[in-house]
Ligand binder design. Structure first.
Ligand code: NDP
Ligand code: 8X3
Length: 264
């Protein structure tokens, strides 16, 4: 397949782990230069060193919390002034907290999810899109989720945050009609990453149980789909891609083998 990513500049939020880190590696392997951000700067430094050595691409890193609106705006303004604006943005930073019935939910965890998954994505998209519009070129790729397709027990506010991403993906596409800017959402099912450890607040045993007895998606599987979406010819907008592990048909139908697992 033609590689259209060589020499493109790709900005990825939440690049210190999981899907974001895998996307960084996949885009670097395609010859793209990278603008990577996350809160854990030490991890970004290690990633930069390894990607630059392995793929001879340029990697710039930024300590950035996407919940910090002023921080996001300042970062994007600086990229504009320095003529380093990205061609492609992967809005990946996100998290889930807890798996509790709504009436027992922890409001502070809800705020973290809304502030990161929804407002962080809004801040970055709002800061970047005017530049893309004035150049009439660019591609925003949101990492949504099958949680934005089907609600499951205890998912309540996380589901709502990913339904919001789905609505925003559609809304941005409508509002950009007549431009050459593409907006896409890549929506995975269960992916083995640090996601469940974060959701269960460091309870590794419970997190590992989520992925036991079947083959989940890997962050690399998702990154490969993101690369495919970004690499499509300019007249092709892969608006929304849903991917599940073969063992998972929807949030309720998961084929496990081995001893029974109770991730609840
Ligand atoms: P990980 O926990 O492995 O990685 C999450 C990444 O997001 C980390 O790099 C983290 O970096 C970053 N992040 C979290 N909060 C912030 C913040 N406030 N500002 C900047 N960066 C932040 O999880 P995944 O890789 O699995 O998750 C990535 C995305 O994929 C999320 O949007 C998630 O909802 C989505 N997703 C995950 C699925 C799964 O099953 N794992 C399935 C479907 C979608 P740091 O802590 O260093 O800031
Ligand atoms: C992450 C996948 O099923 O845990 O978005 O919500 S799930």
């Amino acid at each position: 397949m033609t590689n259209r990513l060589q020499g493109r500049r790709v900005l990825i939020t939440g690049a210190s782990a999981g899907i974001g880190r895998a996307c960084a590696r996949t885009f670097a392997a395609s010859g793209a230069d990278l603008l990577l951000s996350a809160r854990r700067f030490g991890r970004l430094e290690a990633l930069r060193r390894s990607l630059e050595a392995e793929f001879q691409v340029h990697v710039a890193i930024e300590r950035l919390d996407v919940r910090d609106r002023a921080g996001v705006e300042t970062y994007v303004s600086r990229l504009a002034v320095e003529n380093r604006l990205p061609d492609i943005v992967v809005n990946n930073a996100g998290l889930s907290r807890d798996l509790l019935p709504f009436h027992e939910g922890k409001v502070e965890g809800w705020e973290e999810m809304i502030d990161t998954n929804v407002k962080g994505l809004l801040y970055m998209s709002r800061a970047i899109l005017p530049h893309m519009v004035s150049r009439d070129s660019g591609h925003l790729i949101h990492i949504g989720s099958t949680a934005g397709e089907t609600v499951y027990p205890g998912g309540n506010v996380y589901n709502a945050s990913k339904f919001a991403v789905r609505a925003l993906n559609e809304g941005m596409n409508l509002d950009l009609a007549g431009t050459r800017i593409r907006v896409s959402s890549v929506d995975p099912g269960l992916v083995e990453s640090e996601f469940s450890e974060v959701r269960f607040r460091g309870d590794r045993e419970r997190a590992e149980a989520v992925y036991r007895g079947y083959t989940p998606l890997s962050p690399d599987d998702v990154a490969e789909v993101v690369r495919y979406v970004a690499n499509a010819p300019e007249h092709v907008n892969l608006h929304r891609v849903i991917l599940y592990p073969t063992d998972q048909r929807n949030p309720y139908v998961l084929h496990r083998t081995g001893p029974p697992v109770d991730p609840e």
